[in-house]
Ligand binder design. Structure first.
Ligand code: SAH
Length: 419
């Protein structure tokens, strides 16, 4: 959150803020300035000046800092996350003076405009949000009706603009990497989808653009907000990774009740390196060991994603080898098969249904639980990342903030891992 120094352009607000703190600390007016100056900022974790992502208690503290009653914080919380207000001036339930002071101090809600919306025949909606620096990020809403007629709405959210990992079959990787998303830029994807569908998002999967484990700090902050502020159950949230050394352990230490999904795509190291170049720096045995530890530490089953590429990794022999690998590392694993979604500029082919079923049956007969992901939204620009690539071949020019290279070398990957 914004440190107090950021309020320097708002003397009235600052005076009010000091008054409020003095009252809440029970200190006299003469001592106020010196004592208040030692009070730490509300929280260093929040992106400066952005309301989305803030918890109810942070918002209450903010209200106090601006000389308002604490309940204004609760009101802000409702307006941001339930009413989905986008501009400070639209927070019409809160006093005009407070709104003005927030604005003058540089606060903003932190919602981005929808740049493009595409609806597929099956109801899947893909959105491109235009971020403050003109970069485009993709998010997908997938409505699913279950047998009892109740509808789940899954948000497939992005964690980065682009991706530096360049998995050979992935559209996002082909479009290059621009930057990590801030936590509020992840949270707002869910709010934008709730607005469009006019219903609550029930599930969130970090399976959009980017590698969440390369942006773990912001992903964890977004996870907190999605869970606590937007009230999506932890068990309804899945974090998907292709594997970044040391990060599965870090995630496990947070003991979330969310699902870890690991994108495996091959049953052995040699084939995996062909499909996933970043696999070279994280041997399969090390990934499997980290997954085992994740399960022990969180008691949560790990799920493995396996994109089926015709003639590359989709034979029954591959399935047998995969089952052996999983059994070697213990029970409690699930495989999610994803038939390849064709993308521009890729030679890979989608396997025939027969091959998918044979692969799946070979796993099941070896007591590996398996599901086949239904392809959704194909007519709305195929695989994830493709819609963004259509509109942003390279990040838009003419923006002072755009300085990172589009192509990140492997040696630079470490720098992309958030601390
Ligand atoms: N970087 C993370 C999350 C993003 S991709 C990860 O790799 O897990 C989410 C899933 O979609 C991954 O399993 C990825 O391998 C898969 N995927 C990406 N492009 C695909 C395509 N064209 N066809 C099928 N699956 C794809």
């Amino acid at each position: 959150m914004r440190p107090m120094a950021a309020l320097r352009h708002a003397p009235i607000a600052r005076a009010a803020q000091f008054r409020a703190l003095a009252v809440s600390c029970g200190i006299g007016s003469r001592e106020t300035a010196a004592k208040v100056a030692a009070v730490p900022p509300v929280s260093k974790k929040m992106a400066p000046g952005v309301l989305i992502g803030m918890s109810e208690s942070d918002l209450q503290q903010l209200a106090l800092e601006f000389g308002q009653d604490k309940y204004r914080g609760k009101q802000l919380h409702q307006l941001l996350y339930k009413r989905k207000i986008k501009e400070i001036q639209d927070l019409s339930q809160v006093p005009l003076a407070f709104r003005n002071e927030l604005q003058e101090a540089g606060w903003r809600v932190g919602r981005s405009p929808v740049y493009k919306e595409v609806t597929a025949a099956d109801g899947t909606v893909k959105l491109l949000l235009k971020l403050e620096d003109n970069r485009l990020v993709e998010t997908v809403g997938i409505p699913v009706e279950d047998a009892k007629g109740s509808v789940r709405l899954t948000a497939c959210v992005s964690s980065q603009v682009g991706c530096p990992l360049r998995c050979s079959f992935c559209a996002t990787g082909k479009g290059g990497f621009a930057r990590n998303l801030k936590s509020h830029e992840i949270v707002e994807q869910v709010l934008a989808l709730e607005e469009i569908f006019k219903r609550r998002v029930t599930n969130v999967v970090f399976m959009g653009m980017g590698e969440p484990m390369l942006n773990l700090k912001e992903v964890l902050e977004a996870h907190r907000c999605l869970n606590k502020d937007i009230q999506i159950g932890q068990r309804m949230i899945t974090i998907s990774t292709v594997g970044v050394p040391n990060t599965i352990k870090r995630l496990a230490s947070h003991k979330l009740q969310s699902t870890l999904a690991v994108s495996l795509h091959a049953p052995n190291q040699k084939l995996r390196e062909q499909i996933v170049p970043s696999a070279k720096s994280y041997p399969l045995d090390a990934i499997m060991n980290d997954c085992k530890q994740y399960l022990l530490e969180t008691s949560r089953r790990v799920s493995f994603e396996y994109t089926l590429l015709a003639g590359v990794n989709d034979t029954v022999d591959h399935a047998i080898e995969l089952a052996e690998l999983l059994h070697k590392w213990g029970p409690g694993y699930h495989v999610n098969l994803i038939p390849f979604n064709p993308i521009d500029g890729s030679e890979y082919k989608r396997p025939y249904r027969k091959a998918v079923l044979a692969f799946s049956a070979a796993l099941e007969s070896r007591k590996v639980t398996v599901s086949v992901r239904q392809t959704r939204g194909l007519d709305a620009s195929a695989a994830c990342g493709q819609l963004r690539n259509e509109f942003q071949k390279v990040p838009l020019l003419g923006d002072a903030n755009i300085e990172e290279s589009e192509q990140v070398e492997e040696s630079e990957l470490e720098m992309a891992v958030s601390s």
